[in-house]
Design a protein around this ligand. Structure first.
Ligand SMILES: NC(=O)c1ccc[n+]([C@@H]2O[C@H](COP(=O)([O-])OP(=O)(O)OC[C@H]3O[C@@H](n4cnc5c(N)ncnc54)[C@H](O)[C@@H]3O)[C@@H](O)[C@H]2O)c1
Ligand SMILES: [Zn+2]
Length: 365
């Protein structure tokens, strides 16, 4: 298997291009991997991640040639803290510490910490350097790459945010060892997504290596993360602001967001909801003769093999509709769906008969 530790992947965005370093033990190598870090460093993390990894990061920073003034801000743990209130606290801390435009913001945590840190970095002093050090599988393969940053509003997720790319992403695969089973599997749903929308060979590789991935085999995970990041980097390079192809990354998400919202963002993790949503989207694609029955069966089988749910919760059709209509992907009042057109490719369409959608949900429920 190829080693990804020494050769970073690149997100190609002209003058905003940046490397993604992936490997075991990288948290101990921050000062070598990021020699350009300025003296003033703000670390955003949370109360779960800090006891696990903050000391390691600080030790690594202390080893660099530059003397650093490090300020740490710990959020409480939970999606509800990806809020404007937390954003204001972060601003107060940065301003209180007299940080200037040359400071850097480091995100040490999952997608919640990363999204808030990125938005704070985009806004503080109209934009300061930002580095992602993701610690969940979902953040490794999805939220840390691509520059979408946001906080939630009581009326909806991610309603306030900015496109703001990091200077670099450092993924230490050792951090995955402490994730709960559910958070770990949640990330695998996004990994599978990349195979379905973009890379048939990767999908086949996932089928072959599902057992190793579920067992958190380090080499298999490194490979899966690298290939996922490579696909995300390629898609983001083509369409940074989601005018076109980037929308394919939302496979399973219109249904998934409805499941998450209907379960009040608690019973279902994001990845579980996306997995069940992907099965619905694939069933719909089969009904519309976009994919074969055999492709559909492979998607269901891989979802199960990755320890993810294939059946959505029992929701009334009106409930599905009302939540789907609130999705950000709705355009001019029309529901839009990302549907696979084969294993390895997908399309976005609003030309879908609602009766077929209803039947596709019922069929897998
Ligand atoms: N910006 C984007 O492009 C993008 C893409 C996808 C998702 N997101 C956002 O990401 C968020 C979800 O991210 P997430 O799934 O990482 O959730 P999260 O940040 O809440 O992390 C999940 C849980 O794992 C804990 N945790 C983190 N690292 C750990 C570790 N190494 N060991 C043990 N526990 C650890 C966290 O404290 C939390 O309890 C959502 O807010 C979503 O909107 C953003
Ligand atoms: Zn997602």
């Amino acid at each position: 298997m190829a080693s990804h530790a020494n050769k970073p992947l690149m997100v190609q965005l002209a003058e905003r291009s940046y490397p993604i370093h992936i490997g075991s033990g990288l948290l101990n190598q921050i000062s070598t991997l990021l020699p350009q870090l300025p003296p003033q460093i703000f670390i955003l993390t949370n109360t779960t991640v800090a006891p696990l990894y903050l000391a390691q990061l600080q030790q690594s920073l202390a080893e660099s040639a530059t003397e650093h003034q490090v300020v740490v801000h710990q959020l409480a743990d939970g999606e509800q803290y990806k809020s404007l209130e937390s954003f204001a606290e972060v601003m107060n801390t940065l301003i209180g510490a007299s940080f200037n435009r040359d400071c850097a913001v480091l995100a040490l945590g999952g997608g919640v910490v990363g999204d808030l840190a990125g938005f704070a970095a985009a806004c503080f002093q109209r934009g300061v350097d930002f580095y992602q050090i993701p610690t969940t599988l979902l953040a490794d393969v999805d939220s840390s790459v691509g520059g979408k940053t946001a906080v939630n509003h009581p009326l909806g997720k991610n309603l306030i945010g900015a496109f703001y790319q990091p200077q670099a992403v450092v993924i230490d695969t050792d951090c995955l060892n402490t994730l709960t089973e559910r958070d770990f599997h949640s990330g695998l749903a996004e990994v599978m997504k990349y195979g379905i929308i973009h890379d048939a060979e990767f999908f086949t590789w996932l089928e072959t290596n599902a057992a190793k991935l579920v067992a958190r085999d380090s080499a298999a995970l490194t490979e899966a993360i690298a290939r996922s990041c490579a696909i995300k980097a390629e898609v983001v390079a083509l369409d940074e602001r989601e005018q076109g192809v980037r929308a394919l990354l939302n496979l399973g998400h219109t249904f998934g967001h409805a499941i998450e919202a209907a379960s009040h963002y608690g019973e279902w993790t994001h990845g579980e909801a996306v997995a069940a949503g992907t099965v619905i989207a694939s069933n719909l694609a089969m009904a519309m003769q976009l994919i074969t029955a055999s492709d559909f069966r492979r998607i269901v089988a891989l979802t199960k093999a990755l320890g993810l749910p294939v059946k959505p919760p029992q929701l009334a059709w009106d409930t599905w509709l009302s939540y789907m209509q609130r999705d950000k992907k709705v355009q001019a009042g029309k529901l839009r769906f990302v549907l696979p057109t084969a294993i390895g490719s997908a399309t976005v369409t609003s030309q879908v008969d609602p009766e077929l959608v209803k039947a596709a949900i019922a069929d897998v429920s």
